[in-house]
Design a protein around this ligand. Structure first.
Ligand code: AMP
Ligand code: FE
Ligand code: FE
Ligand code: ZN
Length: 288
């Protein structure tokens, strides 16, 4: 059975590939289905879908939404997103405006720390879509303020570092509710990468499941085998599906490869079938 990848980023957020390049790469690797899940934007999806039709790769319209909890960030993946849906568009607009404010404030903080940068420079490293910390890191690297993107995060941009400003005004509850209402399939992205206490995660997942969460992203490049097992057990206990993806970012995260991540991924078409079966059971379309 062929492989798939349900978590990928293009240059419309913080990946390096244009949507067409990513789909062609998937084809060359023999992958049969790809979900494009750029951060907080759907702007690259139509180009990916068009290339999918040409290349013969099934493309699922996805997005990775940033949300904020009392513990910190949580990412939510939406799949089979509708084309025109006012509440979804509203949510994306809110995320965009919140990001714009946060980016300005972070650039100001960097300036006050003695790193002269302006938004124009940051925007030069962003593509046509979402702008964020990775593009600040690239601008800092270009100026020689840091020697690597990693150093930019570790010294300045990560949560708790001096230039950090939290973003996302939305809660996971808001996002799951909106996505469930618009007929999307909803998965909690990489639940174990944040280091949140298991008891808190379990309670949060239980609450989100009641709001319409469909799946947990058990397979992810940053998940250890123990994390995969934990997600599988939680999913089974709550009647959820499991999803998986590499979180491919192209040359911006060169150690993570499409389809296989760091080599630790097992992403089968069967996993996608399970998501589609849940949609069929709810009478939702699952055309690919
Ligand atoms: P933002 O959405 O603007 O908060 O930026 C978050 C993105 O920054 C993530 O999706 C990652 O791609 C990237 N990122 C987060 N932490 C690091 C890090 N330590 N090193 C490199 N990239 C990172
Ligand atoms: Fe990212
Ligand atoms: Fe994420
Ligand atoms: Zn991601």
């Amino acid at each position: 059975m062929s492989s798939i990848d349900l978590h990928t980023h293009t240059a419309f957020s913080d990946g390096s590939d244009q949507p067409e390049e990513l789909i062609k790469r998937a084809k060359a690797l023999g992958l049969s289905a790809i979900a494009i899940t750029d951060h907080d934007t759907c702007a690259g999806l139509s180009r990916a879908v068009a290339e999918g039709k040409t290349s013969g790769v099934a493309v699922i319209r996805g997005c990775e939404f940033s949300t904020m909890t009392e513990r910190g960030e949580l990412h939510i993946l939406g799949y089979w997103l509708p084309y025109q849906h006012a509440p979804l568009e509203g949510m994306l607009a809110k995320l965009r405006s919140q990001r714009a404010l946060r980016n300005e404030r972070m650039v100001e903080k960097l300036c006050s720390l003695g790193l002269q940068l302006d938004m124009e420079e940051v925007l030069r490293f962003a593509g046509q879509g979402t702008v964020g910390r990775p593009h600040m890191a690239q601008a800092m690297l270009a100026r020689g303020y840091v020697q690597s993107l990693r150093e930019a995060f570790e010294r300045y941009l990560s949560c708790g570092r001096p230039a950090y400003v939290p973003k996302a005004v939305l809660t996971p509850d808001d996002v799951v509710t909106c996505l469930a209402e618009c007929g999307a399939t909803v998965s909690l992205a990489h639940p174990c990468v944040y280091g949140y206490p298991e008891s808190w995660l379990w309670a949060t997942i239980g609450r989100l499941a009641r709001l319409g969460l469909d799946a947990l992203e058990a397979w992810h490049s940053e998940h250890k085998p123990s994390h995969v097992h934990l997600c599988q057990a939680w999913a089974q206990a709550l009647g959820l599906a499991v999803s998986g993806g590499s979180d491919y970012h192209g040359s911006n995260k060169p150690d993570v490869q499409l389809g296989v991540g760091r080599g630790n991924l097992n992403l089968s078409w069967e996993m996608l079938e399970q998501l589609m079966n849940r949609r069929r059971a709810r009478g939702l379309p699952c055309d690919l």
